[in-house]
Design a protein around this ligand. Sequence first.
Ligand SMILES: Nc1ncnc2c1ncn2[C@@H]1O[C@H](COP(=O)(O)OP(=O)(O)OP(=O)(O)O)[C@@H](O)[C@H]1O
Ligand SMILES: [Mg+2]
Length: 381
Amino acid sequence: MELRRLQLTHYRNYPALDLAVGAGLHVFSGANAQGKTNLLEAVYLTAVGKSPRTSQEGELIAWDAELARVTAEYASARRGAITVEVALGRRGAGGTSAQKRIRVNDTARGQAELAGVAPVVLFLVDDLEIIRGEPARRRAFLDTDLSAMSRTYGWALRQYTRVVEQRNRLLKGMRDGEADPAELEPWNAQLVSFGARVLEVRARFVADLNAVSGETYAGLTASAQAMTITYRCDWGDPEAEETTRDAFTARLDAAVREMAGEELRRGSSLVGPHRDDLTILVDGKDVRQFGSQGEQRTAALALRVSEFSLLQRLFAEPPILLLDDILSELDRTRRAALLAHLAPLAQVILTTTDVDALGLPPHTDVHLYHVADGTVAPLTA
Ligand SMILES: Nc1ncnc2c1ncn2[C@@H]1O[C@H](COP(=O)(O)OP(=O)(O)OP(=O)(O)O)[C@@H](O)[C@H]1O
Ligand SMILES: [Mg+2]
C-alpha cells in the first residue's frame, strides 16, 4: 500500500497543501508546532476515519474556516487506485464538533466501512502508555486496531459497549430498589453473546501478535530477549484456556451467574471484555512493572512492528508506516537499527525535529521535506 498524493484544505494549520509522494522513506522535518503531526494525522484520518489525537473533530478544521477537506490517493498492489476523501463541516460557530462525510472512490461510506481500505500502522510517542498505562489503555490499543481491521469487530464492540452501559444503569436501579430484577435476563444474554464475539477476536489477535512479537523484540534490541503477550481475563474460570467463541460463551455465562450477587451490590458489570488486560513480559518479567524506560519504549515499538506483520499477512501487502517523532528517545544505534529494519519493508512516512540525528540508512530511497507554518517544501537529500 502506498500513499501517492495528499491534499489538504483548511485542515488544522494547513490552508492548502497538495503533496505528491511515492515509494520509499519520506522524512518531514521542522521545528516544533509547524504541522508535522498534523500531516500524519490527516493521512490517518483518511485511513481509519478518525483522528488519533481527538474525538472533537471540529478541532481539525482551521480556526478561521467552517469546512475542511482531506483527500488521499492510495495505490494498492492488489486493489489498484483508491481515493479517500474526508470532509468536515463545523457544527455551530466556533463549535468543537463537526459533521463528517467520507467518500471512497467517489461513493459515500460510513467510518466503519473504511476498515481495511488503506491499512496503516501509526507509531506515536504516546504509545509508551500502552505499556505503562492503565488496563483501559491496552484495551483501547486492541479495540482501535481491531476496529480498523474488521467491520464486524467494530460492530460487535459497539453493541457490547451499549449493552454494558444499559446493564450498569439497570444494576444501579435494582440496587436502589427502582428497577425490576426480571429485566436483567435479556441483558445478560446480550452481554454473553456480544462479549464472546469480542473475546474471540481479541484472543486470536493477541495470539497472532505473540507469535511474531518475540522475534521482533529480539530483532530490535539485537539480543536474545523474548517478549511474550498474553490476553488476561480475571473473571470466570482462571484455568480456562480455550478461546473459541463457544468456550467464551460458556465461560461468560457461568461467570455472570456466579457474580450476580456482587454485581447487584456494586451496581456494575464485573464480568466481560471491558474488564480485561494484556500481560507483556520481557525475558519473563512484567515490563510494565520492572522494565526500564528504554525497555518499555522498545516493547511499545515491538507491538507496532508486530502489528505491521499481522496487517501485512491479513491484507497480503505491506501497510503504510507512519512514525511520529518516535525516534528521538532512542539511542543512535537503536534508531539506525529500527530505520534500517523498517525502510525496506514498506512506504515509511516519518516526522522529526532533527534530520541529522536520525542516522538515515544508506542506499535507501529517502525523500526529505521541510515543514514550516503549514507549508511543505521538498529538500534535496
Ligand atoms: N484547527 C486549527 N487551526 C489552525 N491551527 C491549528 C489548528 N489545530 C492545531 N493548530 C496548530 O497547528 C500547529 C502545528 O501542530 P503539530 O502538532 O502538527 O506540530 P508539530 O510540527 O508536530 O510540532 P512538534 O514538533 O512540537 O510535535 C500548532 O501550532 C497548533 O497551534
Ligand atoms: Mg508533533
